[in-house]
Design a protein around this ligand. Structure first.
Ligand code: PMP
Ligand code: GLN
Length: 380
């Protein structure tokens, strides 16, 4: 492994999911639903496979049906207008979109400011691009970004702001006023913004606000999302980028040499999914809100300090009230102690002290699974 990637050996998700399987524990670690998305969307994928749609290499930017559906989705939910031919790109999950964007836009030595804790692939992709990450630490209990601190972190080498709202793992959702300040800074310092919005439809109050919709931002923002979370098909790995034509062209250049294209038949199915009626999106959100409250209540009763998430399907907790200090040790011992797996937030931090005692649980599981997990955790 080259020096740029030193320390990035195995992702925490692989480690913890393997631990869940080996110990037969309830896996509240890696974020994937235990119930698949809508039956008719799965049927659309099967149909595409059986009827020879997408079984051979689809077009590089993604099939036109999906690009059109994505442009319509951005219009329907955010009044953002994108040209499906030049301003939309289909990727192999948001993960590839993040990699392709950072590899396309960064020069070696550039600085990227990102909220810490950061989703694990950010650090790896910034490193692969030869750039440097500059963390803006989100601190408990509110995890709200200190935007004066953000301003102070900007240097002549800063090229790009990498934001994530709703934010994994804290559940923070940026407000319109926070986004406006971030946008002002981007304009003032001529910075690009890459925004990871994979949890855009999992916001429990206040709604999701894309920074690309703010004045002057469309031309400097690469917006990224994915079908995995919104439609509960994380294994399909269909993601996308929407941005101005020059930015999409740049990201497409790197995407061509990472995967060339992404799986064809799933693209047909996701094109249908994006056109599901509002009731689909509303039900997804209300179901998850109930699950959030179920898990949050259970974790509080078990003695955790719970930071109520405004979005995503994760709850960050502090284990200090349980007499514990080290989240990594805690998560490694949790399967043996009570048959539950969680994620230690410390792996998402450069500043280990800020994340040491924080532990993330996902609630995208059946209610009975969450109830059983909670009753196990109460035995701690
Ligand atoms: N960004 C964030 C913040 C995530 O939590 C995830 C996990 N799904 C991804 C990106 C990757 O998404 P995908 O599975 O579509 O590659
Ligand atoms: N995004 C999911 C999480 O944060 C899973 C990601 C992954 O497995 N790479 O749990």
């Amino acid at each position: 492994l080259n020096r740029r990637l030193a320390g990035l050996g195995t992702t925490i998700f692989a480690e913890m999911s393997a631990l869940a399987t080996a110990t037969g524990s309830i896996n509240l670690g890696q974020g994937f639903p235990d119930t698949d998305g809508p039956r008719e969307i799965a049927e659309a994928a099967a149909d595409a496979v059986l009827n020879g749609r997408g079984n051979q290499y689809p077009p590089g930017p993604g099939i036109p049906e999906l690009r059109t559906a994505l442009a319509e989705h951005q219009q329907r939910f955010y009044h953002l207008t994108y040209d499906p031919d030049t301003e939309v790109l289909v990727t192999a999950g948001a993960t590839e979109a993040i990699a392709a964007a950072l590899l396309a836009l960064l020069e070696p030595g550039d600085e990227v400011i990102a909220f810490e804790p950061f989703y694990d692939s950010y650090a790896a992709c910034i490193a692969m691009a030869g750039a440097t990450r500059v963390p803006l630490t989100l601190r408990a209990p509110s995890f709200r970004p200190d935007l004066d601190e953000l301003r102070a972190l900007i240097t002549p080498r800063t090229r790009l702001l990498l934001i994530n709202t709703p934010h994994n793992p804290t559940g923070l959702v940026l407000t319109p006023s926070e986004l406006a300040t971030i946008a002002e800074l981007a304009l003032e310092h001529d910075l690009l913004v890459v925004t990871d919005e994979v949890y855009e439809h999992l916001v429990f109050s206040g709604g999701h606000h894309p920074i690309a919709a703010l004045p002057g931002m469309r031309e400097r923002t690469v917006s990224i999302s994915s079908a995995g979370k919104t439609f509960s098909f994380t294994g399909w790995k269909v993601g996308w980028v929407t941005a101005s034509a020059p930015l999409v062209a740049a990201v497409r250049t790197t995407k061509q040499y990472l995967t060339y294209v992404s799986a064809g038949p799933f693209q047909y199915a996701v094109a249908e999914a994006l056109r599901l009626p509002d009731t689909y999106f509303d039900t997804l959100r209300t179901d998850l809100r109930r699950k959030r409250d179920l898990l949050a209540g259970g974790l509080s009763a078990a003695g955790f300090q719970v930071f109520q998430p405004e979005g995503t399907y994760f709850i960050t907790t502090d284990i200090t009230p349980l007499g514990e200090k080290d989240g990594l040790e805690f998560c490694r011992s949790l399967p043996d102690r009570c048959g539950v797996v969680a994620i230690p937030n410390v792996v998402f931090y450069d500043d280990a002290e800020a994340g040491r005692s924080l532990v993330r649980f996902t609630f995208c599981k059946r209610d009975d699974v969450l109830q059983e997990a909670v009753s196990r955790l109460r035995r701690l």
